[in-house]
Design a protein around this ligand. Structure first.
Ligand code: CDP
Ligand code: MG
Length: 140
């Protein structure tokens, strides 16, 4: 069954020039990119995006990091897209991420871990809708 997931090339990876490599890894994993654009979030934009983590100790630093520079937000579609993209990302902490994963290759530490991926259908729907409307997505 084909489903959708949401990704972000985070500020660290954009700055490092890894945007193209990360998108290529999505496509090599069999995911179709159906929408993408570059944005620079304000801190409150990042706070809204990560609202589920508002009570965590890392929330302030995380939202400062996510708003420190431009990011690429993008939407993918494919069979088991959510799991496929999470597997391609690797573990949250790059030190624990498997060889060949995005976070192993491009992540620096548990915060600056290069890229984001939705973790469930409900969060994917919220995250896609936070940045894209239907006319900006090109299913095919
Ligand atoms: O991104 P993922 O779903 O793998 O992890 P999360 O637990 O939903 O956390 C969201 C983001 O917060 C992570 O990707 C990290 O950038 C950051 N984080 C952090 O700075 N410190 C932690 N202890 C855990 C997460
Ligand atoms: Mg998460």
């Amino acid at each position: 069954m084909s489903d959708r997931t949401f990704g972000i090339v985070k500020p660290d990876a954009v700055k490092a020039g890894a945007t193209g490599d990360i998108l290529a890894m999505a496509e090599k994993a069999g995911l179709k990119i159906i929408g993408a654009r570059m944005i620079h979030m304000k801190k409150e934009d990042a706070e809204g995006f990560y609202h589920v983590h508002a009570d965590k100790g890392f929330f302030g630093e995380l939202t400062a990091f996510m708003s420190e520079g431009p990011v690429l937000v993008f939407v993918m579609e494919g069979a088991n897209a959510i799991k496929t993209w999470r597997d391609t990302l690797g573990a949250t902490n790059p030190a624990e991420a498997a060889e060949g994963t995005i976070r192993k290759k491009f992540g620096t530490n548990i915060e600056r871990n290069a890229a984001h991926g939705s973790d469930a259908p409900e969060t994917a729907a919220f995250e896609i809708g936070y940045f894209f409307n239907g006319l900006q997505l090109f299913s095919r």
